[in-house]
Write a protein that binds this ligand. Structure first.
Ligand SMILES: [Zn+2]
Length: 394
């Protein structure tokens, strides 16, 4: 007999601004290396995006960057490796077929440690494209829109988190192309009837600064302070660190392998990632007779901003939490400015889903594309600390 506690699924419903999230075709990126007159380029690694590589003249090369399908949010992601047989300098055009250059180039010698390109080596090329001056040699130069963090890196991070006694990992599902969907569960003691906080990340592949913020947020939750211990005793945190592993590993600009923006699919769950994540959250809450009080969804955009709900007509379980949290962060981080955009329910995005499904506060936590690593760390830690204080009633 079916255990009804496990039969629970997320509720399907209409949102005021519906979205068609049925699968559509995506462009296949051929994994290959190019060799042109002693200059090499390769997209053979997870997270890479390079669709063609050509020579224009003696010293100028052109890297063609295409989206996975159209229309798509104009956040052109690129990532590839370059080297040359002999030391030489080249001019490289980042040639976007759709959308304007957005992400200032990052470079790396090893694919792990990244730094921005020297700004003197960057200029726009026409209205849409970018022109870079690069020194190449036999050692690989990695070039990317943001530091490359692929699904294997997130899997390694999950293993490291599990060294903490209050963290467990579960692989609860698979992406469209079969990559594992992971959940970390944070908490001490029995889960039964505990209030739940949910963290989501990387529905959108290029949004790496949001991922960095989530990591710092977790560091604070798992810290050895009295506050964090008390919080882990009283609350359970469900963490979904990588909701779109296919899109991340395939170097997509926005979508999943079904060609769909997952953060528009929280109404009918037509994509396997949203279906399984939403059902998993509902099941965890039901199974332990819990109440989900807060959902934070980590993203990146042009600026630091929180997308929140308009609570006047539709108050959540924790009315006022959102305002107290934002105010608490402003106090704790003097000089750090961020925006809030509070809107009524519109599109089927996760923040509205948390309210619709659970009467929980849902917030889209956006880190700026160019926010400094130091500020991301402070913001991630402070936002976690203020959240724990408020939820513990301190
Ligand atoms: Zn996003």
């Amino acid at each position: 007999m079916l255990n009804t506690a496990y039969a629970w699924q997320a509720t399907s419903r209409d949102f005021p601004q519906p979205e068609d999230t049925r699968s559509r075709p995506v462009l296949q990126q051929t994994r290959r290396a190019w060799q042109i007159d002693g200059v090499f380029a390769s997209n053979r690694f997870p997270g890479a995006r390079l669709n063609d590589f050509r020579k224009l003249n003696d010293s100028t090369y052109r890297a063609v960057i295409l989206p996975e399908n159209k229309p798509v949010n104009k956040s052109p992601w690129y990532a590839f490796k370059l080297w040359s047989a002999k030391k030489r300098s080249i001019r490289l055009i980042l040639d976007y077929d759709y959308g304007d250059h957005r992400y200032f180039p990052k470079i790396s010698q090893n694919g792990k440690d990244w730094a921005p390109l020297d700004s003197a080596r960057f200029s726009m090329y026409g209205k849409q494209d970018a022109l870079l001056l690069l020194d190449l040699g036999p050692d690989t130069l990695w070039l990317a829109a943001q530091p490359v963090v692929a699904s294997g890196d997130v899997a390694d991070w999950c293993v490291r988190q599990c060294q903490h006694p209050d963290v467990r990992q579960e692989i609860f599902g698979k992406s469209r192309l079969g990559r594992p969907l992971r959940m970390l569960e944070v908490g001490a003691g029995p889960a039964r009837q505990k209030q739940v906080v949910t963290l989501l990340c990387r529905q959108h592949p290029p949004e790496v600064t949001g991922w960095f913020a989530l990591q710092h947020f977790m560091d604070e939750l798992l810290s050895d302070t009295e506050l964090a211990h008390a919080f882990r005793q009283q609350y359970r945190v469900l963490v979904f660190p990588l909701i779109n592993p296919d899109g991340v590993d395939l170097g997509f600009w926005r979508h999943n392998a079904g060609g769909v923006d997952l953060n528009r699919d929280w109404a009918y769950y037509r994509q396997p990632e949203t279906r399984q994540v939403a059902d998993k959250i509902v099941r965890e809450v039901q199974k332990h007779q819990s109440t989900l009080v807060l959902g934070l969804d980590f993203h990146s955009t042009f600026e630091d901003i929180f997308y929140t709900g308009d609570e006047t007509d539709n108050p959540p379980i924790l009315p006022g939490f959102k305002d107290a949290w934002l105010a608490g962060m402003k106090t704790a981080l003097p000089g750090f400015e961020f925006e809030e955009d509070a809107a009524a329910e519109g599109k089927p995005v996760s923040k509205s889903w948390f309210l619709a499904q659970f009467d929980a506060t849902g917030i889209t936590y956006e880190i700026g594309d160019n926010t400094s690593p130091d500020m991301i760390q402070q913001k991630g830690q402070v936002s976690a600390r203020v959240m724990m204080e408020l939820l513990l009633g301190r």
